[in-house]
Write a new protein. Structure first.
Length: 254
């Protein structure tokens, strides 16, 4: 690891500028969080320079989708994000998950900081679509670190140096951990956003056919559509594309 880049004006001796290395030691659910949240424990080690007074740490987290294998089911589910598997050699690109900030307190040799990362349940987000498509195995993550290191210049003055984006670390997140966490909050029923118009039409269909829930109504419609497609594959090859209504003020349903 290289030392952070010091500010040129009045820069202290480079031997005093802390050099830092980063390692993601583990991940677990954040207890008592209002929304599904993972906490990643990041170990920071001073590999050179003087003691650290503080660090204003920014971390960008992304999924390196090229670093794992996908079975046939996952490939079908990921076609919306990356196209047909035959094109993945050119279409697979890292997915940006989030960017988070943390303040690291003073330390001399090593310390651990917890980074809290919300796990969105919105099925329209690319990250959510990807994670739902990989129920098992590991999710390869890249952590890209930047920020500002505060330290003493040896004469009692507080100095700063920048952490380069070149500082990074990898971590393989168990996919089951994300699924278990999200299901705990959603009760195993993912949220689906509908426009008010579509919601009302669906509820009217449920009432007309005396179905118990909106989930039953969607299931009945899917069964009917699949039955029609099975009986008339030629007709289903060019289905009518319904008008997509606005989703402003759309209710959420399960």
């Amino acid at each position: 690891m290289t030392a952070p880049h010091a500010k040129p004006a009045g820069a202290p001796s480079r031997r005093l500028i802390p050099a830092l290395s980063f390692e993601v030691a583990g991940a677990e659910p954040e207890r008592h969080a209002a929304v599904p949240t993972l906490r990643f424990d990041v170990e920071i080690t001073r590999t050179g320079g003087g003691p650290v007074r503080s660090v204003s740490l920014t971390t960008a987290i992304r999924i390196d989708v090229t670093r794992r294998h996908y079975d046939q089911r996952a490939r079908a589910a990921l076609a919306e994000l990356f196209g047909e598997p035959e094109r993945w050699a050119t279409t697979l690109r890292p997915l940006s998950w989030t960017r988070t900030t943390a303040v690291v307190p003073p330390f001399d040799e090593t310390t651990t900081v917890g980074l809290t990362v919300p796990c969105p349940c919105d099925a329209e987000l690319a990250v959510t679509k990807y994670l739902r498509a990989v129920p098992d195995g590991e999710v390869p993550l890249d952590f890209l670190f930047s920020g500002t290191v505060f330290f003493d210049d040896g004469q009692g003055r507080l100095r700063t140096a920048q952490i380069s984006w070149a500082e990074d670390a990898g971590y393989r997140l168990p996919a089951a951990l994300w699924h278990t966490l999200v299901d705990r909050y959603s009760g195993g029923s993912p949220w689906l956003r509908l426009s008010r118009e579509t919601h009302d039409r669906l509820d009217a269909y449920r009432t007309r056919w005396t179905l118990g829930t909106l989930d039953d109504a969607v299931g009945a419609l899917l069964d009917r559509a699949e039955g029609l497609r099975a009986r008339s594959p030629a007709a289903s090859a060019t289905p009518d594309i319904p008008r997509t209504p606005e989703t402003t003020g759309a209710p959420w349903t399960t």
